[in-house]
Design a protein around this ligand. Structure first.
Ligand code: NDP
Length: 322
């Protein structure tokens, strides 16, 4: 089939996506040409498509994919034609072919399929830095995280249980609650049970850390669910961005810490990238971390994939296949 890509010529709803014929690009110095096998769909692409995050249009979205190296540019020594690679830091990944900076390419280990490799890096690396670097979770910590059946959520729950934490999560349906429980969550609540039930479950103390990727709708409850000197890691805004906030309230709620991280700041160099990605991929290859691909769409249907993500209709990871 001839190469295609998804393009948005302006900000808007999923209907701004066009599926167009495209050229096979040539790799520049330090780049790989990758024939894409699977593309990870992420919330950031909905923020870019809708205009919540400022980007230049026309936009070919996509930062996460996996595929086979078809050509290498000058100066590439670590990869060769035929290698299986993945990335969380690509650009223009909603396409049949994409160019990838070799330094941001991750080798896909044996035993990990290209579908899983396209589904894992962005959310897996995120879950890794959240529990190791934004706040270092200790065995015995009690953690609240929302959307326990989501992409990041299912991975976070599993990594937190491997760490020895007690995990409280929320979901919006009984089916999603079951998925979160199967991943290992100790307590699965409805959203409106936060913070009261969380305070009860911790015998009045509050949790050590809240990982909040929902934002606008959950932020206030997150503050109230924390223990004195607890940490709120606000890592996304699936319900909308948190409005301006008076820092004095951190004092009133018990000397809290709030951080608002992004993945790129936790992949600063080759060593950090290798550390995080090898731990995550090794856990998957060893069968200790399960990646749920809840839905797969044809690349041409990228708009439908965005609608599903934005209307809470997905579980686990959503991928596109060119
Ligand atoms: P999910 O698969 O978790 O999908 C989002 C889930 O959020 C939904 O399924 C839904 O679960 C829940 N949700 C609650 N309220 C809403 C709402 N109003 N609209 C839509 N969804 C809602 O997505 P991801 O795992 O891809 O991402 C989760 C969050 O993590 C996002 O905010 C994303 O931006 C952020 N993120 C941040 C990164 C960073 O480095 N800062 C990197 C990667 C992701 P339910 O129905 O159970 O409530």
């Amino acid at each position: 089939m001839s190469p295609h890509a998804i393009i948005a010529r302006q900000a808007g709803g999923p209907e701004v996506f066009d599926y167009v014929s495209s050229e096979v690009p040539s790799p520049g110095t330090g780049q790989l040409l990758v024939k894409v096998a699977a593309i990870g769909v992420n919330f950031i692409e909905t923020y870019q498509r809708s205009g919540v995050y400022p980007v230049q249009y026309p936009l070919v979205p996509g930062s996460e994919c996996a595929g086979i190296v078809e050509a290498v540019g000058d100066g590439v020594t670590d990869f060769a034609v035929g290698d299986r690679v993945a990335t969380a830091e690509g650009s223009k990944a909603y396409a049949s072919y994409t160019l990838l900076d070799a330094e941001k390419a991750l080798p896909v280990p044996e035993g990990v399929s290209l579908e899983i490799a396209g589904a894992l890096p962005l959310q897996g690396l995120t879950a890794h830095y959240l529990i190791n670097s934004s706040y270092t979770v200790q065995p015995g910590d009690t953690v609240l995280t929302y959307a326990g059946a989501g992409g990041v959520g299912l991975l976070l729950i599993q990594l937190l249980k491997l760490r020895g934490a007690t995990v409280i999560t929320t979901t919006s349906t009984p089916e999603k609650a079951e998925l979160a429980r199967t991943a290992g969550a100790d307590h699965v609540l409805d959203y409106d049970q936060v913070p009261a039930r969380v305070v009860e479950l911790t015998e009045g103390r509050g949790v050590d850390v809240v990982y909040d990727g929902i934002g606008k709708d959950t932020f206030e409850g997150s503050l109230k669910a924390l223990k004195i000197r607890g940490t709120l890691v606000l890592f996304g805004g699936a319900s909308g961005q948190v409005p301006l906030f008076d820092l004095q309230r951190l004092n009133a709620h018990g000397s809290l810490t709030v951080t608002r991280p992004k993945l790129g700041d936790f992949l600063l160099d080759a060593e950090e990238r290798r550390w995080r990605s090898s731990e995550i991929f090794d856990l998957v290859a060893a069968g200790r971390l399960h990646v749920r691909i809840g839905a797969q769409f044809a690349l041409a249907d990228a708009g439908a994939a965005h609608t599903a993500l934005e209307t809470r209709a997905t579980t686990g990871k959503t991928i596109l296949v060119p």
